[in-house]
Ligand binder design. Structure first.
Ligand code: SAM
Ligand code: FES
Length: 345
């Protein structure tokens, strides 16, 4: 089945489920070797970097898994000023970043007006850089306005393609349909769009994960962010186990085989559940890393889950740490916007 996925870039939902059910170290190793071939044919041994700026941990939502959910009263809240964000970009540019990802909770303070001013200033100061937004669900008009101001990419994990599971992970005020509508809007508007999901979320089954794979196959995102679920002590999911490293790696390989050109990050969550998780992610087929560019003073506060790594390090330390890590496995971080390379399926 792995060979067929390599060739056709598509399987049925039942076949994805069967693959996940029959996951063994040997099968995963085979999938990873084929995924690496696919990755190398498009991206060689290069790894793209994105500078992640965590602009606010204030969120109007209450996702049950998330450490910065509205209901977490022990979370000490912050939002970065325009000046602070621009300084992060400045520092990042000097370090060789050519993509800035502004991520945050759904913080109503960040109006379209404020964001447009910010995006225009970043694009003016760093015209050779891409701006990625990851600030949750907004209206179609808002996405259009931000795109017109110069935003290039948008990351909005779909979280799960299983609507029943979606309801178990989110409060009633949030809807699966709206999340999916947002993703469709982003793509139609012309953003390079990223979806994604957590692996090992509470109540998730292989059937749900198969639905995620089928969704990604059909949606054909430019980017797909996946990482293990990791519990946060101050959320309703505190008592659940974290997602498995091996399953996450296997899924990365399947996603690479499904679309050899997709931009696939080895996430911070992967580096949190295993000290060499990000290296293993690259060796399973990922081709992007996202070191933290946020001011060190706020890093501990953007605590989505327990024991998040890189909260004490300066941006330069994270960049050189990742450079070393990638070199240790024969890969090279490049100074590049890191757009998706063409690959016709
Ligand atoms: N508010 C924006 C949104 O909803 O897309 C962006 C920020 S949100 C905190 C970024 C991602 O963090 C979510 O899409 C979710 O998949 C991930 N996340 C949140 N809590 C997590 C946890 N406990 N373990 C792993 N990932 C988590
Ligand atoms: Fe941040 Fe290694 S990437 S310290």
């Amino acid at each position: 089945m792995i060979d067929r996925l390599c060739r056709d870039h598509s399987l049925s939902c039942d076949e994805y489920e069967l693959l996940l059910d029959s996951q063994t170290p040997r099968l995963a190793e085979y999938a990873a070797s084929r995924a690496l071939e696919a990755r190398k044919s498009v991206y060689g041994n290069t790894v793209y970097v994105r500078g992640l700026i965590e602009i606010s941990n204030i969120c109007k939502n209450d996702c049950l898994y998330c450490g910065i959910r509205r209901g977490n009263q022990s979370c000490s809240r912050y939002r970065l000023s325009e000046q602070e964000i621009l300084s992060c970009c400045d520092e990042g540019y000097k370090l060789g970043f050519r993509t800035f990802v502004m991520q945050g909770g759904e913080d109503p303070f960040f109006t379209d007006e404020l964001l447009c001013t910010l995006i225009k200033k970043i694009k003016k100061a760093f015209p050779d850089c891409a701006v990625t937004l990851s600030i949750g669900e907004r209206s179609r008009e808002s996405y259009e306005t931000l795109f017109a101001a110069g935003a290039d990419r948008y990351l909005l994990r779909h979280e799960t393609a299983d609507s029943n599971l979606y309801r178990k992970l989110h409060p009633e005020s949030m809807s699966f349909e709206n999340r999916m509508q947002c993703l469709n809007n982003l793509k139609e508007i012309g953003y390079q769009t990223g979806c994604g999901f957590m692996v090992g979320a509470p109540y998730q089954t292989n059937r749900s994960l198969a639905a995620d794979l089928k969704f990604v196959e059909q949606f054909r995102p430019d980017m797909c962010g996946i990482g293990p679920f990791i519990p946060h002590a101050a959320t309703p999911f505190a008592g659940f186990a974290a997602g498995a490293l091996q399953t996450t790696l296997f899924l990365l390989s399947l996603l690479r085989l499904m679309d050899p050109g997709v931009l696939l990050p080895a996430t911070t969550a992967l580096g949190t559940i295993d000290p060499t998780g990000r290296e293993q992610g690259i060796l399973a087929g990922a081709n992007v890393v996202m070191p933290n560019l946020s001011p060190v003073s706020v890093r501990r506060k953007y605590e989505l889950y327990d024991n998040k790594i890189c909260t004490g390090e300066e941006s330069a330390q994270c960049k050189s740490c990742l450079e070393r890590r990638m070199e240790s496995i024969g890969y090279k971080i490049v100074t590049d916007r890191g757009d998706r390379k063409p690959f016709s399926l």
